[in-house]
Design a protein around this ligand. Structure first.
Ligand code: 5GP
Ligand code: ZN
Length: 145
């Protein structure tokens, strides 16, 4: 398990900074966000330090993914939410502020002030096919990652 001594979330998962824990496994900890979008906003934090999603080992990502349905059911039931968003911010451009990869589970209410969707823009002409080929090529080139 990797650890960064300067990382806030490493300190939280190792119990050196207090948190409101709602679920613990051998590989991950789920806590309440200290500054929630809405009450019941949960963070799922892998115990091992990996700065961003792209750096996470597949099995650890799979483990956290396996917790999401049960955790989401519990958050929605406990808060009476109408639904939820599950979000990972990767990179400062995407709003990441703590560089220890984590999932947000955010309860949503029909009358809350959060606005979704983000602006969308359709592809023009052949752009969509070209983009699909580029990403598929990258996946092929990185098959052994
Ligand atoms: P990010 O912006 O990196 O995707 O999300 C970081 C989240 O961590 C933010 O929503 C922020 O409110 C939360 N956070 C920051 N510091 C603490 C803390 O000390 N304890 C807890 N429980 N949450 C924190
Ligand atoms: Zn960390």
């Amino acid at each position: 398990m990797s650890r960064d001594p300067r990382c806030l979330f490493c300190k939280i998962v190792h119990g050196e900074i207090p948190s409101a824990r709602v679920l613990e496994t051998d590989q991950a900890v789920a806590i309440l966000d200290i500054n929630p979008v809405s009450h019941g906003h949960v963070l799922i934090i892998p115990r091992s330090h990996h700065a961003e999603l792209a750096e996470l080992p597949d099995d650890l990502s799979g483990h956290v993914g396996s917790l999401l349905p049960r955790l989401t059911r519990a958050v929605v039931a406990a808060t009476g939410a109408d639904g939820s968003n599950t979000v990972i911010n990767s990179g400062s451009v995407a709003g990441q502020t703590i560089f220890h990869c984590h999932w947000h589970v955010i309860p949503r209410f029909f009358d809350d002030p959060v606005r979704w969707p983000w602006p969308h823009h359709p592809y023009a002409g052949e752009e969509m096919g070209r983009m699909a080929s580029k990403i598929a090529r990258e996946l092929g080139a990185r098959a052994d990652d």
